[in-house]
Structures are given as structure tokens and as C-alpha cells.
Design a protein around this ligand. Sequence first.
Ligand SMILES: [Zn+2]
Length: 375
Amino acid sequence: MFPPLKRAASKALRSMPLWFWERVVPKDVIGLGYHIVSDEDLPHQVYYSYKNARQFENDVVYAKRRAVGYDEVARHRLGSQPLPRSRILFTFDDGFAECFHVIRPILRKHSVPGVFFVTTDFLDDRRRLFETSASLCLREVARLDPERAAHLVAALSLDRPLQAGRLASNRTLALRRLRTVRLPPLATPAQLELALWLLGFDEDGTEEIERACALFGVDLAAYARTRPLFMSSAQVRQLVAEGFTIGSHGLTHLPVHRMGRERMEQEIVASCSLVRDLSGQKRVPFAFPYGGSEIKRSVIAEILRRHEFIDLVFDTAGLRCDEPFIINRVWADPPPAQGEAGSNLSFLLRSEWAHRSAWRRKPPAEIPLGAAPVR
Ligand SMILES: [Zn+2]
């Protein structure tokens, strides 16, 4: 389509009211995905914006009449229990401490259920999330005096063509992240260069980020002693006791889709087993760190067949049609535009429904009919 026409069509689709989409392209379940809710400007999470407590409560109030618990969704998707249309399932990834202190009280106040996907290595602050380390390094970059910043740019050879042995960073990735990151103000071009270097590290760039932490004097263990970054095992057990569902978000939060077939299965199964032991749940859902859209559904189906205790699998493709054992989710982290009152969920859902992938009633059958695990 001619680009201006395409833009106009896309705008028109995004402005269609929600009731239109619900009638024309109905969904059984709408998964909402959050990471953090906080009233604070958190220095350890600058990779994306997030809602404050009031904004999140507005979402909960907006959705609560349609809110549904995980078990009902699983019984519907994997069994035969009927479910009214457009049920909303709240989910939270990574297991940040704010899940317990900020999100949980709001959900309880409104009697709304939810699923908390925890990365098992992060529980009790045993290990760190890549973005947490990178965020604190970015904060240090913003604090550097201009001379020191220029010295580091030269020492890291960031002002010269890439040389063998230098820790490479992906410029395209950095520029893409630069559009969404909540970067502290940077005073000099050298600071921007250092920030771009950090933003260009892949999520599995453990060596790079450790070197950067040493370089910028970031001591994550010391930082975590001043405030817990992630939930404790005891808090997770309390969430279960209060009726919430716990899912796995991997052992390490490394991108599962970049692992080989065997390692991917080990990561999924081992982390789900740990969550099963910790929570006492018979069945455990799994959510892909960084999404799993690139993973063949037949591969996931095979893993689920072999390990029956792993339940539904959660992905990140908005309202995309998928296999019955996959729940895609709409990212609900972005706060409403400045000056906008109330929940922005209607806007976020309409934007997702406007994608063509949300309309395909029957995705290409990659696995034989009936091959999905039966609850
Ligand atoms: Zn995550």
C-alpha cells in the first residue's frame, strides 16, 4: 500500500472503539504484562517507563469487572471450561520487589487475581538482572565529570574504529533503545558515547556488563543491601498463600530464544521445577524472558508434552492469534500521556487490536490438531 495511505488506514484502525474489535475479532483472554509499578524514579530500572501506583490502580479499576484468575484461563484453554469473552489476566514479569510492596496491595484491595513470573536466580537478590546493572552504569555515566568521560572514551577506544579484542557493542540496538530508555541528562558528547556503548550490549552480554560495572564503580551487591531489588522466597510463598499464581520466568533471565533446543528445555524445566517446589503448585506456567515469538510452536508443544506440570506458556506478541497453550500479552507498562487522566488500557488494547496479526482467526497449523497438552 502507498505509505501515506497505509498510515491513514493504520490511524483509522487504531481509533476504532473497543466494542468494535470485541465484536469483530473477539478474544477469550487478554493478557496484560507489567514489570514494575512505583512512585519512585528507580535508578536501577531506566530501560523502560512504568506506571505509578495511582496509574496502576486506575488500570485495575478499569479492568476488574473482567479480571480472571490463572486457573480459570488454564481450565478454559487446556480443558473445556467455558469462559466469557474478553477476560483480562494481569501478569507481572521478573519478580521485582515492587510486585510485593506496591502491586500486591492494590490487587488485594480490589480482589483482582494475578500471575507473578519470577526469575528464580533473582529471588532473595541472589543474582542481578542485566538491565539493573546496565541502568546503574548509565547513572554513573551521567555523573562523570567531562574530563573523566573523555578519558574513558579514549581508553575504551570508542573514538576509533572497532579493533580486535575490544568488547563490541551493537550500535543499532543502542540507537533503538535510546528512543525508550529513561536516560539521566547527559552533559557531553563523551557521556553520550559511553551511554550508547552500554545500551548496545546484548541481554546475554554478561562479560561486557561486568566489565562496565567495574569500570564505573557500580557495586550491585552494595546497592541491593540498601534496598531489595527482587522479591524474597518468603514473599513469593506469601503471594501463593494469598491466592496469587506464581509462574517461572527462567533461571537466569537469559533470552531463551537464543539458546539451543536442549538448553532451552533445561532452562524452562529446571526453573518451573524450582517454582513448583517453592510455591507448592501442582502446575506452573512459564513466561519467556524477552519474548519467544521466534521459537517454533511445535518445539514448545513438544516440551509441554514431555513435562506435564508445565502449564500455559506466556509470550509478548500483544493480541496475536496463537496456539491454545500460548497466551500473548499486551505490555501495559507505558504510563498515560502527560496530562491524561484515568487508565490508558483502552488505548493500549485498541492499538494492539489494530495489528493485522490480531485478526487472523486461524494461525498456520504448525503442529497437528489435538497435539496441544490436555489439562
Ligand atoms: Zn523479564
